[in-house]
Design a protein around this ligand. Structure first.
Ligand code: ZN
Ligand code: ZN
Length: 344
């Protein structure tokens, strides 16, 4: 089978490897759709583990199940989480699933025609897709679950003013989710096209990041924001976040500047204003279930986020589109499709 191996954003190779055989508690799935995540192109985050097969946002179909697998059968369409928490350690018991101390075997990268699903993920990380969710839409389950978790941690609820800074794919999902919860959503970005997308997807006010964003928010709403969600690693955005948050508000770092960058926090100012600062980078099982239900009920629709669909052979082009970030929002790779097109 073909897989894509990522060495860095500019060196991604298609390689031929043996198709894995599932063990008795495992299964083999073919990857119909796999999203390129914003985190897949963050080199400081990924390079320490390179070369690697990227891809953790999948929509797949079961091809073969091991003798002891009773819950799934060939033909089932599934989403599979990239890893599952143990649910037993101190962190899991306190709901901090992303930092579980006993994460078992992870899902091999989704930029491959087939994936062998390890036992722990067959048992606790696989979700059968409802008819209402296509394999392309399935690639949004994990990123939406991450947005769900960050808004859960921030206590987002209807009637609040939520500012989303950075309107790439994950920023736009935050916009959609907050709008679905009847928040007043304000979006900001440096890119006009993304601002237009944010306005189409539920943002009531969109502001060019080059403007004085805090002043515009105050002018439009009469006060500052209850929740500010950072969805870009740009340093200028951090300063903007400090200015946009109201008394009693929350700043959520959903994206962060690189590991060598020091961020100054106006702590003294925030102390007397009861401002909270949160980080959130991943999701847990309850968030995945919420994301599936939100998509199934069409409360959050995702089709308008898909700008590109490419075969596995064009994955380098897909990564380039995401790295440039100008023309694309969501780029989906269709690893299995290549075989179909070759058969004809
Ligand atoms: Zn992701
Ligand atoms: Zn745990």
């Amino acid at each position: 089978m073909k897989i894509a191996r990522w060495y860095n954003n500019h060196d991604i190779r298609i390689e031929e490897v043996p198709t894995p055989a599932p063990g008795s508690n495992e299964m083999l799935v073919k990857v119909i759709s796999c999203g390129i995540c914003g985190s897949d192109i963050v080199e400081w985050y990924r390079l320490p583990r390179a070369p690697l097969v990227p891809g953790h946002e999948i929509g797949a179909e079961v091809v073969e199940v091991g003798a002891s697998v009773a819950d799934y059968k060939p033909g089932d369409r599934v989403f599979i989480a990239p890893k599952v928490p143990c649910m037993k350690c101190t962190y899991c018991k306190n709901g901090h699933y992303p930092v579980c101390a006993n994460v078992g075997e992870r899902l091999p990268g989704g930029m491959a025609e087939y994936i062998r699903v390890p036992r722990v993920l067959v048992q606790r990380g696989t979700y059968r897709l409802p008819d209402a969710i296509s394999c392309d839409q399935s690639t949004f389950i994990e990123p939406l679950a991450c947005a769900v978790r960050s808004q859960r941690l921030a206590g987002v609820h209807g009637g609040q003013t939520v500012v989303v800074i950075g309107c790439g794919m994950s920023g736009l999902l935050q916009v959609k989710l907050a709008a679905a919860r009847d928040c007043r959503v304000i979006a900001t970005d440096v890119n006009r096209k993304r601002l237009t997308a944010a306005a189409d997807m539920g943002a009531e006010i969109v502001i060019d990041a080059a403007e004085d964003v805090a002043e515009r928010i105050a002018a439009e709403t009469g006060r500052k924001a209850d929740v500010v969600i950072l969805c870009t690693s740009a340093m200028s955005a951090v300063a903007q976040a400090w200015h946009c948050v109201d008394k009693g508000g929350v700043v959520v770092f959903f994206a962060v500047p690189g590991p060598d960058i020091k961020v100054e926090i106006p702590l003294n100012y925030f102390w007397t204003r009861e401002v909270k600062i949160l980080t959130s980078y991943y999701c847990g099982p309850p968030d995945i279930i919420d994301a599936i239900n939100l998509m199934k009920a069409r409360t959050v629709q995702v089709d308008d986020l898909i700008t590109h669909k490419l075969p596995l052979n064009d994955i380098a082009k897909g990564f380039q589109l995401v790295v440039e970030g100008k023309k694309s929002i969501k780029v989906i790779i269709t690893p299995y499709e290549r075989i179909i097109s070759q058969a004809h």
